[in-house]
Design a protein around this ligand. Structure first.
Ligand SMILES: [Zn+2]
Ligand SMILES: [Zn+2]
Length: 236
């Protein structure tokens, strides 16, 4: 190992001492025992009304008002060590935890199978952060996860299509109804997508599904035929 690599490894170990986020066992960020506590979602649901549906397909009723076609969720946010893992990754900045999040997605075999059955032209797009927030955090968690999924499924990923126009801080000061109305306009797709392409839209957590839906709305305006949301965890 080169000196530079050794120094880098030393810096990471000093900044983020290795302890399991679930039980504080040393030398690992997520021990096998805590990993085993993760509940993998087998029965996917409609992303809007939560009715059980094959492949997380948006139900016919919701389809009339919802742009997202499918939502595939790997696990639950509040179950087991997932919440701590996402917190340490996003807010404490331990970026190497992206690999553990990817392990969660990858180990939901039904989810991966559903992605493998998507036919035709496909592209992976991460939910963008507003540029100010991205600058503040130093990375976009969705982009990290999108890159790992892209490598696993051998599907191209790009972060140059979708753009976030508003910062959610501004959003938070609005009333709920205004916020939902405003959110649908919060994203724009910069380049026209190849008509008939399916977009695999990646985010770390879905809280209401409204962000994914707003992205799907923008992507469809730009020519996407189908938008499939994929998240590590669902918090609703
Ligand atoms: Zn543990
Ligand atoms: Zn529904």
């Amino acid at each position: 190992m080169s000196y530079l690599k050794q120094f880098f490894r030393w810096s990471i170990d000093t900044l983020f001492p290795k302890y399991c986020v679930g039980c504080a066992l040393p030398d690992t960020f997520l021990c096998p025992e805590c990993f085993a506590k993760i509940v993998f979602i087998k029965k996917q649901q409609c992303g809007r009304c939560l009715k059980i549906s094959t492949g997380g397909k948006t139900c016919l009723k919701c389809k009339q008002v919802w742009a997202l076609d499918n939502l595939l969720v790997a696990t639950y946010y509040s179950d087991g060590p997932v919440k701590e893992l996402i917190h340490a990754y996003k807010y404490e900045g331990n970026r190497s935890l992206k690999n553990d999040l990817m392990q969660i997605v990858q180990n939901n075999h039904a989810l991966i199978d559903s992605l493998n059955t998507i036919k035709g032209e496909k592209i992976i797009i991460p939910v963008p952060l507003h540029y100010k927030r991205r600058w503040w955090r130093g990375f976009n968690q969705s982009e990290d996860i999108a890159k790992l999924i892209s490598a696993k499924l051998k599907i191209l990923t790009t972060n140059s299509v979708l753009k976030r126009k508003f910062n959610t801080k501004i959003q938070a000061s609005l009333h709920r109804k205004d916020r939902l109305n405003n959110l649908i306009e919060a994203f724009e797709a910069k380049t026209c997508l190849n008509i008939n392409s399916s977009v695999i839209l990646i985010d770390d957590i879905a809280t209401t599904g409204a962000t994914l839906n707003a992205c799907a709305f923008a992507l469809k305006k730009s020519g996407a035929k189908r938008v499939i949301g994929v998240v590590v965890a669902r918090a609703f």
